[in-house]
Design a protein around this ligand. Structure first.
Ligand code: S3P
Length: 678
């Protein structure tokens, strides 16, 4: 039986990315499988739950390509993958045998709706935990639509037997606030003639509705009603799954409850039906900043910054519950560390999750010295408790979120907390253990952000934070931006980051693996095998790839390969959050070609360093490099991905007649006017 061994940790200052959203990953495969055409899903969560959904559709004849499938279950499993789904155009085939939904309630409930409308027989079964979960909640509405679907006993427990056939639309009012039930009815409604309406008195996560829209299916919301006209067929789309806020929740609490911690979570889904935890943590006194970077149709996503503090108790209940339902186990840990009595109510649903989460959380917290009063629909938790390691290993009851919540509690407990039976974590968060080790070590980067003192007389205003400030420097080749960026960083006491080095580090790995840089699919597949970690030492950014410092980045073979590698959209997409991640480690001066325009468009400190083509050509020649500056400019400005642009609001400095010191002084002057430095 696998276990976590956890000891109390120091404050952290780091950034994390979490694997793809589980709810969204399930839906992406389901809807892409029904679509006409080929869809590519990036950021797909390669966890046991979502892989169960993927296998189910394969069993029904859908071709789904996954690069390097063998790596999905190993100890170095990537967590996310890009998959290509060859949509069936609505023509699913009868599976050869019963479909195994594993531990996944979402797979079983959503698929029930979809399968009830197919012209064939199916059986759905699951593991011991899923076999105890009530399916009556989907059997009831689907039966009203004319479905022939049955489970075991009163509660309609799995396995389910479904004789698919024609369905008629209904207007269904959800008796329990459940996105799974809503989605099952909507998926069935897709195959009906006429209008299906689901009324949800309390809003639940709307990923199905959003995914429908992305794939070209019109769905409307009017007040509490969701209206769908049947007979629509999804059209294939490429889609990127953002990180799962329910996975991020564990680190958010680890940081929020630890005074002195500062955490940045990158590229995480920020759908308002899922961000309830942020409001709860803010009520509890944590400093939480939400930065939405991607909006529009589909799913909003962005960054979260959390600063830890002393938490205080709160009450969680009512309409807020569906929005935090999966986060309640970890919020209970936050409650144990908060001043006062936290009340969780109206959360009876927790009793029928992967395990009875009220009983499991209460039992585990008590074993660590917390006073918890269990209620039928929630619990009351007295804090702040002095947590201690439990006498016996904490059980997980095969529930991933109970396992992870126990591990985070261990970060705050005296002694060594053992959590036993943690294999279940892979159902939603492959790689959690690796991340836990970082938090365990109190991952801080020495000198993060500096002390606010600069090299020579310039001083950061005292109210400025130790990390998160970004000075963006862009400019064409040979404009002098690297020299300026390095000198400026030293002057400010910031960390200097050359964004090109990150592309070079990946290129180095690609070259070392003998991969042709022009072969984008091979490069991309390799990219998923790389663990890239950013840090800094002595004011300069450092990059480690799979545990080794990336060096020899200026070697001829890297020079030759870096352009084609950096041109690959998937490479840019993968490195974008890493570049942003530096800001979580320190205050930075970052230089490149798209820093102010694409990587940190929100920073108020943007500079565009330029010089006349003649001066730049001379500088180039003086470096012993003979490439044509005009040609480089043309390439840089016209390339499809991340072209060189003057960011909006950037101060343009022509360095043709200026020395480095003069350029730096001019920038410092501007930063003083903007009240960054004194
Ligand atoms: C989910 C909905 C929620 C949630 C589960 C995933 C979904 O369940 O707890 O983890 O993807 O629709 P309910 O719909 O049963 O509340």
């Amino acid at each position: 039986m696998a276990e976590f061994r956890v000891r109390s940790a120091k404050p952290i200052a780091c950034s994390v990315t979490v694997p793809g959203d589980k709810s969204i990953s399930h839906r992406s495969v389901m809807i892409a499988s029904l679509a006409d055409g080929v869809s590519r899903i990036d950021g797909f969560l390669a966890s046991e739950d979502c892989l169960a959904t993927m296998k189910a559709f394969r069993a029904m004849g859908v071709r789904i390509d996954v690069p390097d499938e063998a790596s999905l279950h190993g100890p170095d499993q990537p967590g996310v993958v890009s998959i290509t789904v060859h949509g069936s155009g609505g023509g699913l085939h009868a599976p050869a045998g019963p479909i195994d939904c594993g531990n996944s309630g979402t797979t079983m409930r959503l698929m029930s709706g979809l399968l009830a409308a197919q012209p064939f027989h199916t059986e759905l079964f699951g593991d011991a935990s899923l076999s105890r979960r009530p399916m009556k909640r989907v059997i009831a509405p689907l039966s009203l639509m004319g479905a022939r679907i049955s489970g075991q006993g009163e509660d309609g427990l799995p396995p389910l037997v479904i004789e698919g056939g024609a369905l008629t639309p209904i207007h269904y009012r959800l008796p329990v606030a459940s996105a799974q039930v809503k989605s099952a009815v909507l998926l069935a409604g897709l195959f009906c003639e006429g209008r299906t309406v689901v009324t949800e008195p309390v809003p639940t996560r709307d990923h199905t509705e959003r995914m429908f829209e992305v794939f070209g299916i019109a769905v409307r919301r009017e007040g509490d009603d969701i209206l769908l006209e049947g007979g629509q067929r999804p059209v294939a789309r490429d889609f990127t799954v953002p990180g799962d806020i329910s996975s991020a929740a564990f680190w958010l609490v680890a940081a929020a409850a630890q005074p002195g911690s500062e955490l940045q979570v990158m590229n995480v889904g920020l759908n308002p039906t899922r961000t309830g935890i942020l409001k709860v943590l803010a009520r509890m006194g944590a400093h939480v900043q939400e930065i939405v970077e991607t909006t529009g149709r589909g799913e909003p996503a962005g960054r979260l910054i959390v600063r830890g503090g002393r938490l205080r108790a709160t009450t969680i209940g009512g309409a807020e519950i569906p929005n935090v339902i999966d986060e309640l186990p970890i919020l209970a840990v936050a409650a144990a560390l908060a001043e006062g009595t936290t009340v969780i109510r109206d959360a009876r649903e927790l009793r029928v999750k992967e395990t009875d989460r009220i009983a499991a959380v209460a039992g585990n917290l008590r074993a660590m010295g917390v006073t918890v009063r269990e209620r039928d629909d929630g619990m009351e938790i007295d804090g702040p408790a002095r947590l201690h390691a439990p006498e016996r290993p904490l059980p997980t009851f095969g529930d991933h979120r109970i396992a992870m919540a126990g591990a985070i509690a261990g970060l705050f407990a005296e002694g060594e907390t053992v959590v036993a039976g943690v294999e279940c974590v892979d159902t939603s968060y492959p790689g959690f253990g690796r991340e836990l080790a970082r938090f365990q070590a109190g991952d801080t980067v020495a000198g993060a952000g500096g002390s606010g003192r600069s090299g020579s007389g310039v001083q950061l205003r005292p109210d400025r934070p130790a990390c998160g400030l970004v000075v963006a420097i862009d400019g064409p080749a040979a404009s002098g931006k690297s020299t300026v960026a390095r000198a400026l960083a030293r002057e400010l006491g910031f960390v200097h980051v050359n964004s090109g080095a990150i592309y070079r580090a990946v290129t180095r790995a690609v070259v070392d693996a003998g991969i042709d840089p022009e072969q984008a699919p091979a490069v991309e597949a390799h990219l998923h095998r790389l663990r890239i970690e950013c840090g800094h030492r002595d004011g300069e950014a450092t990059i480690e790839v799979n545990g080794a410092v990336a060096d020899h980045l200026d070697a001829a073979e890297v020079n030759a390969a870096v352009s084609p590698v950096a041109r690959i959209p998937a490479v840019r997409a993968a490195l974008y959050p890493l570049q942003r991640g530096y800001a979580a480690l320190a205050n930075i001066v970052m230089e490149g070609r798209d820093i102010g325009s694409a990587i940190f468009p929100e920073t108020p400190y943007k500079y565009y360093i330029d010089a006349t083509p003649e001066v730049r050509a001379q500088r180039r020649a003086a470096q012993g490099l003979a490439d044509s500056v005009a040609q480089r400019d043309f390439q840089d400005r016209t390339r499809e991905v991340a072209p060189l642009r003057q960011a909006e609001g950037a101060l343009v400095i022509d360095t043709s007649d200026l020395g480095v010191g003069e350029v730096v002084s001019r920038i410092v002057e501007d930063l003083r006017a903007r009240e960054l430095v004194v």
